[in-house]
Design a protein around this ligand. Sequence first.
Ligand code: SF4
Length: 249
Amino acid sequence: MISQQKPLIESLKDQQEIFGDLLFEEIQTKSATDLPEETISMKSSKKIEVELNNNLFQEDFQSAKSLKELDSLIHDCQKCALGKTRNKFVFGVGNPNATAMLIGEAPGADEDAQGEPFVGRAGKLLNDILKALDMKREEVYIANILKCRPPNNRDPLPSEEDTCKPHLLKQIELIKPKIILCLGRVAANALLGKKLSLTDLRENIYDLDGIKVFATYHPAALLRNPHWKRGCWEDFKKFKKLYDELSVN
Ligand code: SF4
């Protein structure tokens, strides 16, 4: 019984990844051919400005002058219940002066065990996509909205996102990326303060205080639904094109 339920639960999770809170409304009105196998052209992307305001959060770690200092100030964090259940705090990894950041929602089991974001099968797929774009994992900075793993890989709670997000905003302030690619609906909505479907998020380029922000599929969703790879690949190519343009300026 449990083994029959698992694919159904995974499938529903994937549908939620695409449609978000519009899950049931949109499924009722969309035909199967509307599902996002077809890439949404980013040529017609709207540019939407979003404010990055970390001044609301006056906390000790705001004084950090480097990622290393920030890590040392927050790695024992117990500000939400996930601090008690994590194995390892997952700060982030990569180039501290990166032009691009890749942001996911939260550590999974492999990340929780190793203390690094995007390892395991999803991380390998992400590395492969970057390699195909002639990019190295080490040249970007990779982090999550949450630094600790939610039990059973459930979605982060809004309260957890609100509590942990200032850590990420401080990382962004220190790294000063020119471009951010959000991996998955949850990460994009949390960063941008939106409640949109991934389909809607992928249509736009957001401007977060001068930083260009895109959204695409989470690699774990691609492992479950390989037919989404094509759309994801188009998103990554768009990201790389802008990355190359911004890297020379
Ligand atoms: S998830 Fe974030 S806010 Fe919660 S304990 Fe971990 S670091 Fe602290």
